[in-house]
Design a protein around this ligand. Structure first.
Ligand SMILES: Cc1cc2nc3c(=O)[nH]c(=O)nc-3n(C[C@H](O)[C@H](O)[C@H](O)COP(=O)(O)OP(=O)(O)OC[C@H]3O[C@@H](n4cnc5c(N)ncnc54)[C@H](O)[C@@H]3O)c2cc1C
Length: 475
């Protein structure tokens, strides 16, 4: 029986999920499969980076995942991590917006884009004119839009400029690290986009939907109720649990894939590594960032590589800080705050998570753990950056003295931007990919940036790769 070899490049959550799925299917169906996973760094997990230190659990990248997209929860269940799941603290679900130097409470419904009339009338984030403009949204006719528009044009039409700039912009920046004038409404707000296509008026249809859901809501025992979840010792637990299931996978760490080609003789794909080594594969899953995939595919299809490298990315820096509780006078009665674009001009801050409130087990008793997101790429030394962030937070949270500890994580070109027209770009990528049979893509730049979507994309790529080699070489 010929050996079938699938090689995965990229040991982030997309690549790990692909490897896990292949091993699962191999065992389930008795398919003799060899799997190799190649990772450039000397650690696994990619953007998932958990540091555990003297009772602190510090996340350098993602700290949570949404539960409405089921793939992360499903994987946790399969891996026996169900009991390890940690919901956000129900007493700290409030979110604030920093606008004009003050923290303003974000009405609950605004966070999930479900209209909250009481919150709308009470909030001091919008003027009366702004509130009236939101209310008038339900009367507007269906606009004539092309295939896609920016989030700013889409929600600005229904909700007005104040709501777009003071609420939507910081919320979207918190997820994508991007600008609502550039981000695609169709890709980043797919549910709202669909509602807007199906109904005469998005605002009215959303209102009816929310009211109906509130009336019919029944508690479920099998599904956790928190909108966000994490794992007790950090998302690194997920990476560790996957790795424990990859004992039969050949793990190649600290090696960068630098070139891709075909062997005319064997018909196999040949992956060259930076140490001069080569790996022959029957199918290949590229689970690296778009720009890295573009470099590898350039010799095989320059147009495909151009499409991939045209996906813009923004950088991300997170700064985690710990203080003694006595050093911080703010009650920290929420999960943190997002910064309105107007206020970002004068500071480095994009958002700040009150980690020890959002997830109390993340810091020892009597300590505060905060995590700041920096709003641009800065070349400052870590110490200088920490001081700048502390000085910004000091008046807002009533901080005394210096942080007891700090952790800085820098992620260059980390956040793919789903700009207007992204869906068509992905369709073109998929079309061109058909010409490279047995090369498959997984990752955060395709159809979902968050951890659950990456897990799904890894699983889908694994399934396609397996089907492709079975078609070519049936059992
Ligand atoms: C600061 C930050 C906070 C975030 N917060 C959240 C959150 O709270 N919730 C959420 O759901 N999502 C969050 N995200 C997004 C999410 O973390 C990422 O989209 C996701 O982890 C990406 O996974 P990936 O496997 O596709 O890519 P990556 O994690 O980037 O993994 C790709 C891997 O490929 C390797 N690689 C690259 N090139 C090569 C090569 N040529 N050869 C070999 N290996 C290579 C890299 O070293 C890397 O390990 C956050 C992201 C950041 C940066």
């Amino acid at each position: 029986m010929p050996e079938r070899h699938i090689v995965i490049v990229g040991g982030g959550i997309s690549g790990l999920s692909a490897a896990y799925h292949l091993m699962k299917r191999t065992k389930q169906e008795g398919i003799p499969l060899r799997v190799t996973l190649v990772e450039r760094e000397n650690c696994w997990g990619g953007k998932i980076r958990t540091v555990r230190e003297d009772g602190f659990v510090v996340e350098g990248g993602p700290d949570t995942f949404v539960t409405v997209k089921p793939w992360a929860l499903e994987l946790c269940r399969e891996l026996g991590l169900w009991e390890r799941l940690l919901p956000t603290n129900p007493h700290a679900r409030r979110v604030f917006i920093l606008w004009r130097g003050k923290l303003h409470l974000l009405p609950h419904g605004f966070l999930t884009f479900s209209p909250d009339l009481k919150g709308l009338f009470e909030t001091d984030l919008l003027s009366w004119k702004g509130k009236l403009r939101v209310a008038l949204g339900i009367l507007l006719p269906k606009p004539q839009w092309d295939d896609d528009v920016s989030v700013s044009a889409f929600l600005g039409y229904y909700l007005g400029t104040e709501m777009a700039e003071r609420v939507i912009a910081p919320l979207m920046a918190g997820v994508y690290g991007g600008d609502i004038k550039q981000l695609s409404a169709r890709m980043t707000l797919p549910t709202l986009w669909q509602i807007a296509q199906l109904h005469r008026n998005l605002a009215w249809a959303s209102l009816v939907r929310t009211l109906r859901r509130k009336l019919l809501r029944q508690p479920s025992n099998s599904q956790p109720r928190s909108y966000f979840m994490t794992l007790k010792s950090g998302l690194g637990e997920l990476v560790e649990a996957i790795l424990a299931n990859l004992r039969e996978v050949e793990l190649v760490q600290g090696r960068e894939a630098v070139q891709l080609g075909w062997s005319d003789e064997s018909g196999k794909l040949i992956l060259s590594l930076d140490d001069g080594g080569q790996i022959a594969a029957d199918a290949l899953i590229l689970a690296t960032p778009a720009w890295s995939v573009a470099n590898l595919l350039k010799p095989l299809d320059a147009n495909l590589a151009d499409e991939l490298s045209s996906i813009p990315h923004t950088h991300a820096i997170t700064v985690s800080l710990s203080f003694d509780r006595s050093q911080v006078s703010h009650p920290l009665n929420g999960s943190g705050f997002l910064v309105a674009p107007e206020d970002q001009k004068e500071s480095l801050l994009l958002a700040c998570t009150w980690t020890s409130s959002k997830f109390p087990p993340r810091a020892p008793q009597g300590k505060v753990l905060l995590r700041a997101f920096v709003n641009r790429w800065v070349e400052m030394e870590d110490g200088e950056l920490v001081s700048a962030i502390v000085e910004t937070l000091r008046p807002l949270l009533g901080i005394k003295g210096k942080p007891e500890r700090s952790w800085v994580f820098r992620w260059e070109s980390a956040m793919p931007q789903y700009t207007v027209g992204h869906a068509k770009k992905v369709a073109r990528i998929n079309e061109r990919l058909k010409g490279l049979s047995r090369v498959f893509l997984a990752g955060n730049y395709l159809t979902g940036i968050g951890v659950p979507d990456c897990i799904r994309s890894g699983r889908e790529a694994a399934e396609k790769a397996m089907r492709a080699i079975l078609r070519r070489n049936p059992l």
